[in-house]
Design a protein around this ligand. Structure first.
Ligand code: HEC
Length: 194
């Protein structure tokens, strides 16, 4: 009978750890390399855009030309209504209004500074508040004014961004609203520049 006393210490030992030696499974290694390659490719494909450009799928500025109808829909339609007909006695119409189709310089000033006080539009008196829209760009104002001068039966000349720019130079930004139709008539001759 063999004496197993000398084998006992050996039997108490644990197995050599072997998991540290086992290699990464090949499919996993290939997947990691593929992902890394794709990630790098994707990164370099997408660099070069300004930080904060945001989600480029949303086209905010489609082109340099401003859509006057869109500016109208965003800023004027609530008061002057979809077809420029206004709301009788409250918001004056833009259709067939001499303020719209006559003197273009005067029209620009109405938009840049707003109007407060009595104003006769198509033989009806209004006494409301037309807000100033000087926060819109020259191109936006030109586009919306051209829109109201050439739609709904109105057919006056277009307004350019340069004209709006000149109008801005003429009076300081904070001059306040025009004091009704009377002040506008005093400063601007009716009928000009249609
Ligand atoms: C909050 C309502 C309101 C908004 C928004 C508004 N307007 Fe007016 N607008 C008025 C009122 C009220 C008057 C008349 C002011 C008065 O009685 O003194 C007026 C007057 C006018 C006039 C001169 C009178 C006429 O009917 O021809 C023009 C032109 C005009 N607005 C264009 C615009 C355009 C263009 C926009 C958009 C960029 C706009 N308005 C946005 C309320 C508004």
């Amino acid at each position: 009978m063999a004496d197993d006393r000398f084998d006992r210490p050996q039997q108490r030992e644990r197995d050599e750890p072997d998991e540290l030696k086992s290699p990464i499974p090949r499919p996993l290694a290939l997947l990691s390399i593929a992902l890394l390659a794709w990630g790098s490719w994707y990164y370099f494909q997408n660099t070069g855009y300004p930080v904060g450009a945001g989600d480029r799928r949303t086209a905010i500025v489609v082109s340099d030309t401003v859509d006057g109808a869109a500016v109208y829909a965003g800023n004027c339609v609530a008061c002057h209504q979809a077809a420029g007909q206004g709301l009788s006695g409250i918001f004056p119409p833009l259709v067939a209004s001499s303020w719209v189709v006559e003197n273009d310089e005067r029209l620009i000033q109405i938009l840049l500074h707003g109007v407060q006080g009595e104003m006769i539009v198509n033989d009806q008196a209004y006494n409301g508040v037309m807000p100033a829209f000087s926060q819109l760009s020259d191109a936006e104002l030109a586009a919306v004014l051209t829109h109201i001068r050439t739609n709904w039966g109105n057919s006056a000349s277009p307004i350019t961004a340069d004209q709006v720019e000149e109008g801005r130079q003429r009076y300081p930004e904070g001059r306040g609203p025009w004091n009704g139709g009377q002040e506008l008539d005093d400063v601007f001759a009716p009928g000009e520049g249609a």
